[in-house]
Design a protein around this ligand. Structure first.
Ligand code: 5Z5
Length: 276
């Protein structure tokens, strides 16, 4: 613990709170996610061990970098030391633009989509086993000082190795729950794609595609019907098309991350060029 100086509280992650810290040896600003495992059931401890093992393997520009971990057995706490993202999380950006009534620029949405898909391509196509994030939402995507997106908080992620071809179902944030999860089918890589569709839709409309449901079952019925308000017409047809592709109800017909990167990466560049 004496390697780091606590600077300030930043927010809550899965299983624990996130703080800004300074590494004493070089003054580098990092974060730690502090988790108290004292009350955890075996299954939750396994998820925690999972998260650290997964994070240690991942080195990608659009995934928060893991640096270290400290186990304080006396306090039954683990501290996961990771990259600091000065821009905070995407949920804060959406909330600010919503309260300022300032639509997020289309180029920003395309750039965000490309970076999230690039991070998912990394974890979905690993040789040592497909990793599913399983909790993609604005609060789990972080912004660095150059507006780059970093996929973070692998608290619910799962490695599918060997026989375990499918993660167990019903894990994730209800708003972004996919139809296959509602039908108790296994969570799979296309379920992460569904969540990205919901997330990009929320960047464009400031609300999740399926909302205004009083109970979870009402929300699940809306998701199963797959009917949501159109994207505002100040965005291109290309954007609403790629959102509807990612929100294809049948996950077998839904494009994979690989498909999406190959079908519209040139498109996103067009929007990049359009800005000039
Ligand atoms: C109000 N909070 C913030 O502005 C904020 C900032 C500047 N950074 C963060 C969070 C993280 C951050 O900066 N790096 C992270 C790595 C992993 C996880 Cl789970 C979270 C973070 C937050 C929540």
């Amino acid at each position: 613990m004496d390697k780091y100086e606590h600077v300030g509280y930043l927010g809550k992650g899965s299983f624990g709170c996130v703080s800004k810290i300074k590494r004493k040896e070089d003054g580098r600003i990092l974060v730690w996610k502090e988790i108290n495992y004292g009350e955890m059931k075996e299954k939750e401890k396994q998820l925690l061990v999972n998260e650290v093992n997964i994070l240690q393997k991942l080195k990608h520009t659009n995934i928060v970098r893991y640096y270290d971990r400290i186990i304080d057995a006396h306090q039954t706490k683990i501290y996961i030391i990771m990259e600091y993202c000065v821009g905070g999380d995407l949920g804060q950006l959406i909330q600010k633009c919503k309260s300022d009534r300032q639509p997020i620029e289309e180029e920003v949405i395309w750039r965000t989509l490309l970076q999230i898909l690039s991070a998912l391509h990394e974890i979905h196509n690993r040789k040592d086993g497909v990793i599913l994030h399983r909790d993609l939402k604005p609060g789990n995507l972080f912004l660095d000082d150059r507006g780059n997106i970093k996929l973070g908080d692998f608290g619910l992620a799962k490695i599918l190795t060997g026989g375990a071809q499918h993660a167990q179902t019903f894990v994730g944030t209800p708003h972004y729950m996919s139809p296959e999860q509602i039908y108790s089918k296994p969570y799979n890589d296309k379920s992460d794609v569904w969540s990205v569709g919901c997330l990009i839709y929320e960047m464009a409309t400031f609300k999740p595609p399926f909302h205004e449901a009083v109970t979870h079952n009402q929300l699940y019925d809306k998701i199963k019907q797959g009917v949501y308000d159109p994207v505002p017409n100040y965005y291109s047809k290309d954007l609403s098309d790629v959102i509807s592709k990612m929100m294809t109800l049948d996950n077998h017909k839904r494009p994979s991350v690989h498909d999406l990167l190959h079908t519209f990466a040139p498109l996103a560049l067009r929007y990049k060029e359009k800005k000039i």
